[in-house]
Design a protein around this ligand. Sequence first.
Ligand code: SGN
Ligand code: CA
Length: 529
Amino acid sequence: MKKIKITRRDFLKTTALSTLAAGSPATFFSCSRPRKLPNILYIMTDDHAYQAISCYGSKINQTPNIDRLASGGVRFVNSFCTNSICAPSRAVLLTGKYSHLNGVTDNRDKFDAAQQTFPKLLQENGYETALFGKWHLKCDPTGFDYWNILPGQGQYYNPDLIEMGEQKQVKGYATNIITDNCLNWLRNRKSVKPFCALLHHKAPHRNWMPDLKHLSMYEDEEIPIPETFFDDYETRCAAAREQEMRIADDTFMTFDLKVKPKEGRLPENEREKIDARIWETAYSRFTEEQREEWDRAYDPRNEKFYKSNLKGKELDKWKYQRYIKDYLRTIASVDDNIGRVLDYLDETGLAKNTIVVYTSDQGFYLGEHGWFDKRFMYEQSLRMPLIIRYPREIKPGVNESDMVQNIDFAPTFLDYAGIGVPDDIQGRSLRSVLQGVTPDDWRQSIYYHYYGYPAWHMVKKHYGVRTHQYKLIHFYDDIDAWELYDLENDPHELNNVYDNPQYSKIVNELKIELKRLREKYKDTNNPEF
Ligand code: SGN
Ligand code: CA
């Protein structure tokens, strides 16, 4: 689609005129009938990397249903999170504010449920709201007429669910159950109000346990290994070298890679004890039939693995295969279930007036730099896949390169619902961008800040700025180190050019921009830097 650049005033004029001409149900009251507001269905997975979505160019899997959503709407190619970790991302979604303002800077923080959130504002303004699946904010949800959530990280098999405060175990596989709950709620809803449903999957979060029907998917294939898998972190600062998220060194053999210890072998060190203990929490949830089917799939593979006696790089590559196949299998289930939801919207005629969003709480490493997990401001974890479909207002099949962030979700939904966006929300509505019109003062840079150190995976604290071409990062706390990447010439971020004199002008400009962004987003009170 051809992009038009217009001023804000032009924009207001054009939308008002075109809305009048089209008699858009979204914006105007008619005398006798209330205006028809869009429904909102926000689907978010946990740790789904864009590298594992076929419409994002995946080389390793197919996601026909996510692609189907994209072909009906807009696919953002420059969508970024503000802090690449779960609970903080969810708090940003709800509030439209950065972590230092919404109070959830890392997974240990509890969300203050009394604060302003977009579901509350929708609920107060005539929406029926509901939440399904992962929540992870250490408090009861507020702003939802109905909620049915996983406690904490949740389990893949026969998970516990907390329905409106009451916890019980439900038989089945999490991705199917969470989808069923959402579909049942939609089917049984009596209200004439528009709905806003948040459908939050656990998958494909660690420890990547596939549904039984996907256990043999990819088994006879070799998944291509990323070209930076054996990265030696040369030119990067200590943060990249000292993390603990290498597939080769930091995955648990049993919990993550599903290799049971040989018969009779007891854990020999602290790490093996932890591994055995956390695997037991997952494994013990199986029913007998589920466990038998699981073991029938993995036992012979593991026997073969033990016989092969792999060492060094061959062992590392084997771990990558085991990791990535299980990860992709959990995504196969996500994609199937998205298909069920899209079918339901089509069959009931709801599709046209429903804004459907697909995203993930952040990105993830699928072996790039040798890693799994997220946290770093490098591309794979900074990026969030983002697809938005709304047939009434958005043209199908568009790829959008404007820079957007998860602070933009709350104002976007409020805008579509005809609710004024409160001044303290830091993001900006995507509505005009979605209509193919980029406001002339749209952002040309994004601000990022990660706080979770020391913690799982030991990624050091850092903040930074990314423009369309460059990324400047400052690692702080027990380190004081800068990195600069020229993303056009070094898309894999292997070459830190911060000290290269050819880039000194760029460094100075980016430092000014970084200061501007920290002031704009009110992130200037951190005593640590
Ligand atoms: C757990 C995982 C980590 C993961 C964090 C945060 N370990 O602690 O690998 O980084 O969650 O993930 S696990 O052994 O418990 O799976 S997040 O998505 O919740 O932010
Ligand atoms: Ca996550």
